[in-house]
Design a protein around this ligand. Sequence first.
Ligand code: GLC
Length: 632
Amino acid sequence: MTATSSMEIAVAVRPFGRLLAAQILPSCPRFRAPAAVGAFLVHGRRFSKRTVGSASSRIRAAVAPAKDEAGISDSRRLSTATGPLQPGGDRAFERIFVQGLAAVKPLVIELVEPERELLAEVMVEKEEEILERVVVKDAKERKETADEKEAWRLLKDAVVSYCGSAVGTVAANDPAAEALNYDQVFIRDFVPSALAFLLKGETEIVRNFLLHTLQLQSWEKTVDCYSPGQGLMPASFKVRSVPIDGRKDEVKEVLDPDFGESAIGRVAPVDSGLWWIILLRAYGKITGDYTLQERVDVQIGIQLILNLCLSDGFDMFPTLLVADGSCMIDRRMGIHGHPLEIQALFYCALRCSREMIVVNDGSRSLLSAVNKRLTALSFHIREYYWVDMKKINEIYRYKTEEYSQDATNKFNIYPEQIPSWLVDWIPEKGGYLIGNLQPAHMDFRFFSLGNLWAIISSLTTPRQAEDILNLMENKWEDFVGTMPLKICYPALENEEWRIITGSDPKNTPWSYHNGGSWPTLLWQFTLACIKMGRPELAQKAVDVAEKRLSDDQWPEYYDTPTARFIGKQSRLYQTWTIAGFLASKLLLQNPEMASIFTFEEDMELLEGCACSLMNHPRAKCSRRALKPQVLI
Ligand code: GLC
C-alpha cells in the first residue's frame, strides 16, 4: 500500500478540514474520564459500575465541553456530514437516535492532578488483577520459549506513542523495505496486538487505542468533493509532528488518519468500525472495566458505526453491500458485493453492540433494528452461503429461470458455475461458507477469515461450525501446508486471474491475497478451535508456525500452494504475524480467555429465523417451530 505523493491531486483531504481538526483536536489531549450513561441494563445484563470507584466520585465534571476558538464544543462535531444525525430521518431508530443521543453532548470530564493520580492507581490495580488471572498462570506453569521472548521484544518495539502514551503498534518494522504506510497503526492489524497485550495484563494501550481511534471517527473526511459516512473509522493512523504556529522550532504531535483517501485504489475500510466494536467488547470482558463502553462518546461511536451499516439502501439481502477490497483483502480480488469476511465481522459486531448498547428510550429502536438484522443475517448466511457435498449436488441439479416466491434456485445460479476444482475437492465429511453470493453468482472460493469469524460469532449452526473445522483438518495440506493459514482457497489462475484481479502483479496465483498464507490468521483459527473444543488442532498449526516464523523473520505472508516460500513482496517483522503468534500461544494456555471474543448460539435470534424457514411469513413464531437446519 502506498501513500499518495504530494504531487497527486486526484484525491485529497480538504486542507481546511485537516487544519481545523489539528486545531481542535488537542495535540496532547488531557485525559478524559468516562462519562457513563445513567441506565445500566444492557440487553438483560446489569452493568456494574465497579471500576473507577471512589476515584469517580472525586472527578470534577465540567458540564460544558471544552471549546475551541470558534466556540465549537467538541471534537465530535468536526464532521460536516449531517445526514443521519439530522432530525426527521425516515428510520425509526435514526429518529430515536437523534432524540436520545445527538442532543446529549458528550460530557468532558477534566481531571485535576491528584484525581488523575488516583485514577492511574485504580488502573494499576485493575492491571494487577488481570495479571493475577492471566499472566501469573502463564509464568507459574511454563517458561517462555526463546521465540516467544523474541516476539515480545519485537512487539514492544512496534509500539507507537502519542503524547507519551502507547496508542497502537505499527504494521511492520522491516528495516530493509520502504515503509510506505506500514509505519502506520492499522485498526485491523492492531487487534491481535491488543489481544496479546490484554492477555499479558497490559490493558492501557488498548484503552488508549480505543479512545483515540474514536476521536478520529469524527474527522471531516473528503475524497475529491465527496464526504464518506460520518461513522467511518480510518483504515490506519500515524502520529506526526507538526510545527506549532508562531512558536519557532517547536512541534506538537497530531494523529493523522487515513480513511482510504491515500490508500491504493482508494479502498473503503469497512471492517475498521466492526473491529473497533469487537475489540471494545473484548476489552470490557477481560478487564471488567465496563465504564469505557458506557461512556456517552463511546456509545455514540458505536451507534454511528451501526447507523452506517444499518442504513436503508436498494439491498434485497440482509448482508452488507460493499466495494471490492474493503477488508483485510484491500485490493481488487473480486470480493465486491456481499463478501463473507465483512458479513461475519458485521454479525459479530452486531452481537457485541447488542450487549454493549445502554438501553434507554433513545436506543430501544436501534436495538430492535440490530436484533432484526441479526436474525435475518444468520438465516441468510446459514441457508444460502453453506455448501457441502449434499448442497453442491443440489446446485448441480438446479433448474433455472424460476419466477416465483417459492423458487428453489432463488438466486438463479447456473449449475455450470460449479468450478471443476470443487467437484473433486469437497470431501464427504465437512463443508464451508462460500465467499460471496449475488444474483446468478456464487463465489465458491473458501475465505478463511470469514469462515473462522462465522464460527467464533456463532453465525453458523454448531454443526456447520464443526464441519468447517472438519474440512480444514481434512484439507490440512491446502490450508496449512508448511505455514498456517491460507487466506483463500484456491488461487485465481490464468484467465480468471487476468479478468478478476486485472492482472495484478502482487496478487499472482498463490501469492499475497490470491491464495497466499498469512500467519496472522493463526490467532483467529485458534479462537475457532478453542470455541469448538478442538484446541489440539490449533496447537498443531501453532507448532507448524513456530518451526519457521522466527528463522524467517516474522514475514507478513508466504507464497506457493503449500506456503513454502516467504512472500515475494512480503514485509519482514510484520507486527500482526508476531502478535498473532503470541496471542495464539497465550490463548492455548488460557483457553477460557477465548470467550472475550466468542459468542454462543442465541435462541431468541433463531425464532425469527424459524418463521422464515417455514415459508409462512405470517406464521406465529415459537421456539418449537425451530427447524433443525437453523439449529444444528
Ligand atoms: C496489507 C493487507 C492489509 C493490512 C495492511 C497492513 O495491505 O492487505 O490487510 O492491514 O497490509 O499490514
